[in-house]
Design a protein around this ligand. Structure first.
Ligand code: 4AD
Ligand code: MG
Length: 431
């Protein structure tokens, strides 16, 4: 009985005959010999089909098979250092499951529009395969870190009655005749859940009607929010940097092949050590001015400012103590200077910019009401949230990490559109 195996475990079958099932990724032929690159989702392998060594049916199948056809192959596993993936299969039998029509994505360069229109097929390319696997490893290691630190996963709703991150990017929906919104972040619900579980996190889609077309903005992105009771501002920065460090180590360890495919300079990642850099907002403004930006105290950083700043650093930087008025109503004021808030953005190096936003939350009932009113939000919409400050309010802090921005940085991808399986962008929601 020939075992049916995954390509990733083929090294356990050297010299044995196995069956693999997958798709033809590449093909090269010269008369009596065909080289097929086969991928099965778990990995890639080259197979050799020699005339005379296989049945005439199998040889004819190899001749006729087209790129992206699905196939089943039996063959003997050989170790070969010269083979693109270290192993080779000497074919014994080849069966075509479905003969593919001419695949629209070829080896030549395609524009982003064409690729995005064909995202359902583009996903099969080696580069996209590698990015999606790094994404998976980031999700896995994020969960691993938070669970180890005692955070309990609490899933927060997608449909909400009020804004978490300001009203300009809200997606409104009709909830049986009532106005409702798609969630921008689960944070407010996590603040409720700490009252039950102490340390919690969520992970799910966040939706923002972003009118800007940048390489960092998606309309639908995945966010992991975490929130912890009795943890102060400095405490939550520590959680964030340890978590990001853990992600980097996990990807370096478990995604070597993927990073190689992506031609990622891993030296940059492996040289990152704890602690990360910490700069206050005011220090950052000074630094930005010296680097050529004309930004003034009081304004939030734009993408360009973040890029200028982060081309300057080799490791992540926390920018802390932003002006309270540019940040959300729930941010706690700095007790030493009430014009500034205990918030931090974690900016990724190599020009990537903000990947995490977080900070300490306001725990005082009256202050919160004032901040909600200052922003022309309706206090009534936040009645349940305000309750949390009436029944055992505690100092607490949290943050939200944008998954796609993290993936973009770790993979050094030029645009977040290739870091999510099916991107939703300004003017695009198909396929
Ligand atoms: O900085 P943001 O807006 O913070 C919050 O939503 C907080 N409520 C999170 C919290 O404290 N629990 O968003 C958090 C992160 C950003 O740092 C960024 O990485 C990502 O979410 N993000 C986006 N990613 C892709 N496309 C967008 N349009 C994004 N908007 C935010
Ligand atoms: Mg932010």
């Amino acid at each position: 009985m020939k075992p049916s195996v995954l390509i990733k475990e083929i090294n356990e079958f050297i010299g044995k005959e196995v069956i693999i099932k997958g798709w033809v990724y590449n093909k090269r032929s010269s008369g009596k010999i065909h080289f097929l690159q086969i991928r099965d989702g778990s990995g890639f392998i080259q197979a050799i089909i020699l005339k005379g060594e296989v049945s005439s049916e199998s040889f004819a199948a190899a001749e006729k098979v087209t790129l992206e056809s699905s196939v089943e192959m039996a063959g003997i596993v050989r170790e070969d250092k010269r083979a693109p993936d270290g192993y080779e299969l000497t074919a014994k039998e080849l069966t075509i499951i479905q003969l593919a029509e001419e695949f629209p994505i070829g080896k030549k360069e395609h524009g982003p529009d064409f690729l995005l229109n064909n995202r359902h097929l583009w996903l099969r390319s080696k580069r996209q395969w590698a990015i999606l696997r790094v994404r998976n490893e980031i999700i896995r290691s994020l969960n691993e870190y938070l669970q180890k630190e005692g955070f309990v996963r609490v899933d927060t709703p997608i449909i909400t009655p009020s804004a978490c991150e300001g009203t300009t990017t809200l997606f409104e929906i009709d909830y049986f005749g009532e106005k409702a919104y798609l969630s921008q972040s689960g944070q407010l619900y996590l603040e409720a859940a700490i009252g039950s579980l102490g340390r919690v996190y969520d992970f799910g889609p966040a939706l923002r009607a972003e009118k800007s077309k940048t390489r960092r903005h998606l309309i639908e992105f995945w966010m992991m929010d975490a929130e912890a009771a009795f943890v102060d501002f400095i405490g939550i920065l520590k959680v964030q940097e340890e978590m990001v460090y853990h992600i980097i180590q996990s990807v370096l360890k478990n995604c070597q092949k993927e990073l190689e495919i992506l031609e990622r300079d891993t030296q940059v990642l492996s040289s990152i050590k704890l602690p990360f850099v910490r700069l206050t907002y005011k220090e950052t403004i000074k630094l930005l001015n010296s680097l050529g930006s004309d930004i003034k105290i009081g304004s939030d950083f734009g993408n360009d400012d973040e890029t200028i700043l982060m081309n300057h650093y080799k490791k992540p930087v926390f920018v802390t103590h932003y002006p309270a008025e540019v940040k959300a109503f729930y941010a706690k004021k700095d007790p030493n200077d009430g014009d500034f808030a205990l918030v931090a953005d974690l900016l990724a190096p190599e020009g990537y910019g903000e990947v995490i936003g977080g900070g300490e939350r306001e725990s005082d009932y009256d202050t919160l009401i004032r901040e909600i009113q200052k922003r022309n939000l309706n206090v009534k919409d936040y009645d349940w949230y305000l309750d949390l400050r009436k029944y055992g309010s505690v100092p607490h802090s949290g943050f939200g990490i944008g998954l796609e921005r993290m993936v973009a940085w770790i993979c050094k991808s030029p645009h977040v559109r290739e870091t999510i399986p099916f991107p939703r962008l300004l003017g695009r929601f198909r396929p």
